[in-house]
Design a protein around this ligand. Structure first.
Ligand code: FUC
Length: 790
């Protein structure tokens, strides 16, 4: 049937696809989110993305709004906000710190040691040079139904769905005896958005289409295409990034007319909308390119476009699979399922699986090789002023966004981050000189697509100089998981430059004799001084010490693997001996967050940065450093569990590393707490929205990625020199389960099954068989891996 109307070349593509479409590892229930009504707020809408373009549809019956995104759409621009005099204040800042006058040191940091100009605009940087990630616009559809009063449209059999297996969303409902269907996907084929509308009786599609955004846009209609274009503010002369969005309808039956700035489609049987967009971010001929993508796409039939989309998406998505317990039909809508799960988690073990796979879906949807990493909201934003600029926060958030990709077999999705970081090296070298008169490169707490590396505009959160060291951990993990020496060679200058920075900027703390950072902060936390005043600025916060230790260790390994820089390696080995240990236990049994036993102003603070050594770094493990592991547990107990979404996800990861599956499961349940709150929250109350996107609140995608990484960490760990299968399985998951296609460090693929908490079957594979140590059912043994099938 399909073959009848298509060109011979398209037929060839189709046959090729049919042959190649990967089979799902095992048949399971469809992985889907579904709802029985249209979304009432953005946090209920369904996110689609192909790594560049995003669409979020609300599935409205009378009016539908699809929020459009392009991951490159940023205001602001390249700037130099370095204060080149800053380093002159260093001796004085350090003197004050050594005298315990952190409050005075902080005043000086605020005066001389912050970014010049507006910095991030206090998180509202749309109109300053830092800029912000912004919504591209809205595609609005207004429907009319024959012989139906538009002020009172009755609809039945409504269903709105997102299939994670296919990365396709759909809506179906009946009005006045006619069944309407919509199908949406952001194509991994021709890099466009596709929306297909149909009705089961001919001539019933009547709709008006328009495009808009809250500011800086103009719309025109060219032929039958809707076009919206504009230029964002760069914060200096106003002439920032340019963008273009186009929507082209292809109709079967009926007609398309123009009315003002709207397209009016009447009496049609079927409508396919093609959405294309682009910006001039690294693409000079973006206008041509935007048009070209549509021209290419419309030549394919809808079904071929969809098949190519599926093929490309499933190549990634189908690599890893996970089942818990017996199959269960998702017979209640996802929003209600969240409430049911809170009451009785054990009754719906398919929900953690869905949330896990949703995280993988979001990774695939929000980044792609050669482009940008997912930002604070992945690639989904519905505002001009996206919270915290929708930027790349370097004190946990962008790192967390990448935590699931290696272990869940989406390794290449780490590469856009490496590209972003590569672009930070040059500006970061200037920042290192300006503020620390140091070698190498440094970045602080925030960055953007423009290479921002300066400290933030306020010491209390902006002065951490651990951002560059922390992001190097993500880059390293890609090597640790893949063993790819060519990649290591490429990133080596980045890691080396970062190590050079810390190596030359560390100072000796006279009390302990340790080499430490100064000034710095323990991300966003503050403490009381003996004089009762509060401060954040300090010397050698634990996180900095751990990051420096881990970075130096990795660079030393890189020197050895690549046979490079013997002298530099020796200098790092010597410095390593003078660094503080991975942790120090305080008098109350907790891990110390700072060099001194300061009393923190907020004991429940959402950041727990001093456990960096427990996760993501392998410095603290129950086996190798039991006292520090116990101190980490105590730290977590005192901090408590309730916090913003991302922080709950981090705690889940910490408990998994501490091998406490039940506590990790408790955190997972709390991470899945349903909410509709959108206020900017720094305290308790994180959860997920009905669309399963994580809520700080507001929406922050890191909680999704952290949650996915956390679930993986409960099932498999490989950071302590061996592969640990089921290291932190909660009682509720013990009955039975199965994992396929996860990855372990050393480039091993891991599959296993369990029953009653015991692994019943497992397989560790690699390109060529190699020796590897595994821990299975409490027993450690060396085995030879199986060869991967070719
Ligand atoms: C840090 C966190 C906040 C939020 C923001 C994006 O400031 O402390 O909770 O995640 O980043």
């Amino acid at each position: 049937m399909i073959c009848k109307n298509i060109l011979p070349s398209t037929l060839a593509v189709l046959l090729f696809i049919v042959c190649l479409t990967p089979q799902n590892a095992w048949s399971q229930n469809p992985l889907r989110l579904w709802y029985d009504k249209p979304a009432r707020q953005w946090e209920e809408t369904i996110p689609l993305g192909n790594g560049r373009l995003g669409m979020m549809s609300d599935g409205g019956v009378q009016r539908e709004n699809i929020v459009l995104n392009d991951i490159t759409l940023w205001s602001g621009g390249v700037q130099d906000a370095n204060n080149y005099e800053a380093h002159k204040s260093l001796p004085e800042i350090r003197r004050l710190l050594l005298e315990g006058k952190n409050d005075e040191a902080q005043q000086l940091v605020n005066k001389n040691f912050v970014a010049k100009g507006a910095g991030s605009g206090h998180g509202d940087g749309a109109d300053v040079p830092f800029g912000c990630y912004q919504v591209l616009g809205n595609l609005r559809m207004q429907f009319e139904y024959k012989n139906v009063d538009s002020s009172n449209i009755q609809f039945q059999n409504y269903r709105r769905e997102l299939s994670l297996n296919d990365a396709v969303a759909s809506v179906v409902y009946t009005v006045n005896g006619v069944t309407y269907r919509r199908e949406y996907f952001t194509s991994f084929g021709d890099d466009i958005g596709v929306i297909k509308l149909s009705a089961d009786k001919p001539g019933n599609l009547n709709l008006r289409l328009s495009l808009d955004r809250p500011e800086r846009f103009q719309t025109i209609i060219k032929g039958n295409n809707l076009e919206m274009s504009g230029q964002l503010n760069n914060g200096t002369d106003g002439k920032g990034m340019r963008y273009l969005a186009k929507v082209r309808p292809e109709v079967k039956g009926g007609k398309v007319a123009v009315s003002g700035k709207e397209l009016v489609i009447t009496n049609s049987n079927e409508v396919i909308l093609y959405f294309s967009a682009g910006t001039d971010f690294k693409v000079k001929n973006f206008e041509f390119e935007t048009q070209r993508l549509i021209d290419v796409a419309v030549k394919k039939s809808y079904s071929v476009q969809k098949q190519v989309h599926l093929l490309n998406y499933q190549k990634l998505f189908n690599r890893a699979n996970f089942r818990l317990g017996k199959a269960k039909i998702d017979d209640i809508p996802t929003d209600q399922r969240l409430f049911a799960y809170q009451k009785e988690p054990a009754s719906d073990l398919a929900l953690p699986v869905l949330f896990f796979q949703f995280g993988r879906y979001l990774s695939i949807s929000s980044t792609r090789v050669g482009l940008l990493p997912p930002n604070l909201q992945g690639l989904w934003a519905n505002q001009i002023r996206t919270p915290w600029n929708g930027d790349y926060h370097l004190d946990v958030n962008v790192q967390m966004n990448h935590w699931p990709v290696e272990v869940t077999n989406l390794s290449e999705l780490n590469l856009p981050l490496a590209d972003l970081v590569k672009g930070m090296v040059k500006p970061g070298e200037k920042t290192a000189k300006a503020y620390y008169n140091a070698n190498g490169w440094v970045a602080h707490v925030i960055t953007n697509v423009w290479g921002f590396t300066e400290p933030g505009e306020e010491a209390s959160w902006g002065a951490s100089n651990a951002g560059s060291g922390w992001i190097c951990n993500n880059l390293w993990e890609h090597y640790a998981f893949t063993n790819d020496k060519n990649y290591l060679k490429e990133i080596y200058p980045i890691l080396k430059g970062s190590a050079e920075f810390y190596s030359s900027a560390l100072v000796k703390d006279p009390k302990t004799g340790w080499l430490v950072t100064a000034p710095s902060i323990s991300p966003e936390n503050t403490f009381y001084l003996a004089n009762g005043k509060k401060a954040a600025i300090c010397m050698g916060p634990t996180i900095d010490n751990q990051i420096t230790r881990e970075l130096f260790t990795n660079v030393i390994t890189a020197c050895e693997v690549l046979g490079l820089d013997a002298d530099f390696k020796i200098s790092l080995q010597n410095k390593l001996k003078e660094l503080p240990p991975p942790g120090v236990v305080a008098s109350d049994g907790r891990l110390m967050e700072w060099l001194e036993e300061y009393k923190e102003t907020d004991p429940k603070h959402r950041h727990i940065s001093h456990l960096y050594g427990l996760y993501p770094a392998p410095l603290i493990t129950p086996e190798k450093t039991p006292e520090l592991a116990a101190a980490s547990a105590k730290t977590l107990e005192v901090r408590g569990d309730d916090s913003p979404g991302w922080s709950k996800a981090y705690k889940l990861l910490f408990w998994a590393r501490l091998h406490d599956g039940n506590r990790a499961d408790k955190l997972l349940k709390e991470l899945l707490m349903p909410t509709l709150q959108t206020n900017m929250n720094y305290g308790g109350g994180g959860g997920v929205y009905p669309n399963l996107l994580s809520a700080g609140p507001p929406f922050q995608v890191d909680g999704n990625f952290g949650g996915t990484a956390g679930i993986a960490e409960m099932l498999i760990q490989s950071h302590d020199g061996y592969i640990n299968i089921l290291p932190a399985i909660p009682d509720t998951w013990k009955a039975s389960g199965e994992v396929r296609g996860f990855k372990a460090r050393g480039n091993f693929a891991v599959d296993f099954e369990w029953k009653d908490g015991k692994v019943t079957d497992y397989r560790i594979s690699s390109e060529t068989p190699r020796k590897v140590v595994v821990k299975v059912n409490g027993e450690k043994k060396e085995i030879t891996s199986a060869a991967l099938p070719h």
